[in-house]
Design a protein around this ligand. Structure first.
Ligand SMILES: Nc1ncnc2c1ncn2[C@@H]1O[C@H](COP(=O)(O)OP(=O)(O)OP(=O)(O)O)[C@@H](O)[C@H]1O
Ligand SMILES: [Mg+2]
Length: 241
């Protein structure tokens, strides 16, 4: 009803004495990109783990397309509209590029043949057609990140969580990622993407008529500090701290 595809409020998570995430509120509407900005250890990955259901929240509520998924694990049906990538890549070393991507379809209920067909198409789109049959352990770090993007294309999620997608990636691969994000954003997918700084990637994405929302919560910020929200023309220094 609210039109929000992701709504999180009051999310908190501690590990022993470490308050990794404290009282974070986050809302994403279709076609919006929310960048998580903060230094190492700020809690970006932890927040993505909470949103994706990999970690259980200590406090707070998470809704996807209106459904309360706070206590549901990542494989639950209500979480299907969500897709996430991992900071260290999520490939299986001994599976081929094709199999690695097809898995994303199979876990979403596709038959194997259908998933492999969609995987081949997605891999062609990211430029990995020549290495379709290579196992992931023979691919470069950048190519493995493109496998994540091929999965993203195949999954066609309503909400995508990306963890430092462009870290350590060359400009050609960054261009592919940017074009995929733009086309998916235009189709209405919402994104939450962590970035340690605001790299050129996000700036130039916003330059291509993205509405960029940047929220920053270094561990030192007080609970529910006001986020900085930007539309249109951000500078390279959106940090609110
Ligand atoms: N599974 C875990 N067990 C214990 N502590 C954890 C766990 N995951 C994260 N932490 C701690 O929570 C804090 C936030 O870590 P997190 O990885 O979320 O930060 P980050 O913003 O993603 O950092 P980076 O920029 O390095 O990726 C850190 O102090 C970290 O050590
Ligand atoms: Mg991280």
């Amino acid at each position: 009803m609210s039109g929000m595809i992701l709504e999180a409020s009051g999310l908190s998570k501690s590990f022993g004495g470490v308050n990794a995430v404290r009282g974070v509120d986050l809302h994403v509407v279709p076609g919006e990109l929310v960048a998580l900005v903060g230094p190492n250890g700020a809690g970006k990955t932890t927040l993505l783990n909470l949103l994706a259901g990999q970690f259980l929240v200590d406090r707070g509520v998470i809704r996807i397309a209106g459904a309360d998924v706070t206590r549901l694990d990542p494989s639950s049906h209500a979480r299907r509209p969500m897709f996430r990538t991992f900071q260290n890549g999520g490939t299986f070393a001994k599976l081929t590029a094709l199999q690695n991507v097809a898995v994303a379809g199979i876990v979403r209920g596709m038959r194997r043949g259908e998933a492999e067909h969609a995987a081949a198409e997605a891999l062609a789109r990211v430029g990995l057609e020549p290495v379709l049959e290579w196992t992931a352990d023979h691919l470069s770090g950048g190519q493995r990140k493109l496998i994540d993007f091929a999965r993203l294309l195949l999954a066609k999620p309503r909400i995508a969580l990306l963890d430092e997608p462009t870290a350590g990636v060359n400009p050609a691969i960054m261009d592919v990622m940017r074009s995929i994000i733009i086309s998916m954003r235009d189709a209405g997918t919402g994104f939450v993407s962590s970035a340690m700084t605001c790299p050129g990637f996000l700036i130039s994405v916003s330059g291509s008529s993205f509405s960029l929302a940047v929220r920053s919560w270094p561990a030192a910020l007080p609970r529910k500090s006001a986020p900085t929200r930007l539309s249109g023309k951000p500078t390279s220094h959106e940090h609110s701290h």
